[in-house]
Write a protein that binds this ligand. Structure first.
Ligand SMILES: Cc1cc2nc3c(=O)[nH]c(=O)nc-3n(C[C@H](O)[C@H](O)[C@H](O)COP(=O)(O)OP(=O)(O)OC[C@H]3O[C@@H](n4cnc5c(N)ncnc54)[C@H](O)[C@@H]3O)c2cc1C
Length: 415
C-alpha cells in the first residue's frame, strides 16, 4: 500500500492529513510538538478570516482566495464531529481621530477595488444597534459583511480527533532532522512513497539547529523567512463584542478576535521582520493593551490569560507556494494568511497530488472528497508540463492563481 509521510502537523499538515486519510491514503504524520500543536503558528494565530481587511497589504489574488475560502470553511467545519465556532457575519473597522486619514484610505481602497465587499458606513445609531459595546467611543465605523473568525484552537483539537478516528499514525514529539527523496530522517531513516513537507518556518534554514542539515537537507527552503507576531489572550467579562474588530493603528494591523467562549478575546498582532521566537516583549504588550483599552474601557479589568509569539512563514512576495519535486511536495509561505487561505491551498495541494502522483495514489483512494471532486477534479496526465497542465485543465478559478505558482522539478531541476 502507498504510504505518505506528512511532516508538520500545524494548520496545513493537519488539514491535508485529514483529507488524504479520508480518501483512504495511509498517512504517517510527524511533528516535533505534541498533538495540542501549541508550538505552531497555527496555535498562535488569531484565526481572522478578513480578506478585505487585509487588502491594503496583500495582492488581489489573496483577497479573492480568502473570499472563496469562507464557504469552503463552512463545508470543512460541518464535516468535523467536534464543534468549531466559525463566525461569518461580518467585521467592523473603527478609528480614533488621530488615525482618521488611514481609516478613510482603508475604506476608499475597499470601496474602489472591491465593491462586492459591500462595505457599509455606520453612523452612531447603526453602530449602537450592531455593536453596542463600541458605540460609546466611536461615532462611526465601517462594516464589511461576510468576514469573520474561526476558533483555531477548537479547530486544531477537532482535527486531531478526526485523525485519531481515521487511524492516522501520528509521530508526535518527533523532530525531523532532514527530508531526502522519499525519506524522513529523525533518529532513524524511514522510507515512504511520497513525502509532504508542511513544516512552516521549520523548513527555513534560519530555524534549523543543525549545520549539517542546513547544508545537506534538500528540502530546506532557502528563501523562506519568519515574520514575528505576538498576540495576547484576554478574559474580559465586562466586554461583549461578537464581531472581529480592526482598529486603525500607525504601526500594526491591529485587531480584536472574539473567541467562542464568552468574554474571551485575542488581540494582535505585532508584525516584526525577525525570526525571533522569544516570549512577548513589554513594548508589544504595552502597545497591544493600550490600544485595546482605547477600544473599550471594560478591558481595564480584563485578565491576561496567555501571551503567545511565533513566526509566520513567508517567502519574499508573502504569497503561498506549493513546490513538487518528484515525490516530495512542499507547501509553505502562508504568511499572515494561513487560516484565510487554508481551504484554497488545500484544494490546490489535493489537485497537485492528483495530477502528479496519480495513478499510484488514486488506485487506492475512495475519491469521496467533495472539495476535490467538485472544485478541482483534474484528469491525471503526467506527460503534460505541470505548470501548463494547471492552467489548461479544469480548475476552480480561485486555486488557479496559486496553481500557477506551483513549480515542479525532477531531481531538483526546474522544468
Ligand atoms: C501572531 C500570529 C497571528 C496570526 N493570525 C492569523 C490570522 O488571524 N488569520 C490567518 O489567516 N492567519 C494568521 N496567522 C498565520 C497562520 O498562523 C500561518 O499562516 C499558518 O499557521 C501556517 O501554517 P503551516 O501549517 O504552514 O505552519 P504551522 O502552523 O506553523 O505548522 C508547522 C508545524 O510543523 C512542525 N515542525 C516544524 N519543524 C519541524 C521539524 N523539524 N520536525 C517536526 N515538526 C516540525 C511545527 O511543530 C508545527 O506544528 C498568524 C500567525 C501568527 C504568528
Amino acid at each position: 500500500m502507498t504510504t505518505i509521510a506528512i511532516v508538520g502537523a500545524g494548520l496545513v499538515g493537519r488539514l491535508l492529513a485529514w483529507q488524504l486519510a479520508k480518501q483512504g491514503q495511509r498517512i504517517c504524520l510527524f511533528d516535533k510538538d505534541s498533538k495540542s500543536g501549541q508550538d505552531s503558528a497555527a496555535y498562535t494565530a488569531a484565526g481572522l478570516l478578513t480578506p478585505f481587511g487585509e487588502s491594503l497589504s496583500c495582492s488581489r489574488d489573496i483577497v479573492r482566495a480568502g473570499q472563496a475560502a469562507m464557504p469552503l470553511w463552512k463545508q470543512l467545519v460541518a464535516e468535523l464531529e467536534s464543534p468549531v465556532e466559525l463566525y461569518s457575519q461580518g467585521s467592523i473597522c473603527v478609528s480614533h481621530a488621530q488615525d482618521w486619514g488611514d481609516y478613510q484610505r482603508f475604506c476608499q481602497h475597499i470601496s474602489q477595488h472591491f465593491p462586492d465587499a459591500n462595505l457599509t458606513h455606520l453612523d452612531s445609531a447603526q453602530l449602537q444597534s450592531l455593536a453596542p459595546a463600541l458605540s460609546g467611543r466611536f461615532e462611526r465605523a465601517a462594516f464589511i459583511e461576510s468576514e469573520g473568525v474561526i476558533d483555531n484552537h477548537q479547530l486544531l483539537t477537532a482535527l486531531a480527533i478526526e485523525l485519531e478516528k481515521l487511524n492516522v499514525e501520528w509521530r508526535e514529539k518527533t523532530n525531523v532532522v532532514a527530508i531526502e527523496h522519499q525519506t524522513v530522517i529523525t533518529e532513524r531513516r524511514e522510507h515512504f512513497d511520497y513525502v509532504i513537507d508542511c513544516r512552516g518556518v521549520g523548513a527555513s534554514p534560519v530555524f534549523c539547529d543543525s549545520d549539517e542539515a542546513r547544508e545537506q537537507d534538500i528540502s530546506m527552503l532557502t528563501d523562506l523567512r519568519g515574520v514575528r507576531g505576538e498576540v495576547l489572550h484576554l478574559f474580559a467579562p465586562e466586554v461583549d463584542i461578537e464581531q472581529p474588530v480592526r482598529l486603525m493603528h500607525p504601526r500594526y494591523n491591529l485587531y480584536l478576535a472574539p473567541k467562542s467562549r464568552k468574554g474571551h478575546y485575542v488581540i494582535g498582532a505585532t508584525e516584526i521582520e525577525s525570526s525571533d521566537m522569544s516570549p512577548v516583549t513589554v513594548r508589544s504588550s504595552l502597545e497591544l493593551l493600550s490600544a485595546i483599552y482605547s477600544l473599550h474601557s471594560g478591558f481595564a479589568e480584563a485578565q491576561v490569560i496567555k501571551q503567545l509569539s511565533h513566526c509566520r512563514p513567508a517567502f519574499a512576495d508573502n504569497e503561498p507556494k506549493i513546490v513538487v519535486r518528484d515525490k516530495l511536495m512542499q507547501i509553505n509561505g502562508l504568511y499572515r494568511h494561513g487560516y484565510l487561505l487554508a481551504p484554497v491551498v488545500l484544494q490546490s495541494a489535493l489537485s497537485a497530488i492528483e495530477t502528479y502522483w496519480s495513478p499510484a495514489l488514486t488506485s487506492n483512494s475512495h475519491q469521496s472528497d467533495t472539495l476535490l471532486k467538485d472544485n478541482c477534479s483534474l484528469t491525471p496526465n503526467r506527460t503534460i508540463q505541470p505548470n501548463r497542465a494547471f492552467q489548461a485543465k479544469k480548475m476552480c478559478p480561485i486555486s488557479k492563481s496559486f496553481a500557477q505558482q506551483i513549480t515542479h522539478s525532477h531531481e531538483g531541476q526546474d522544468v
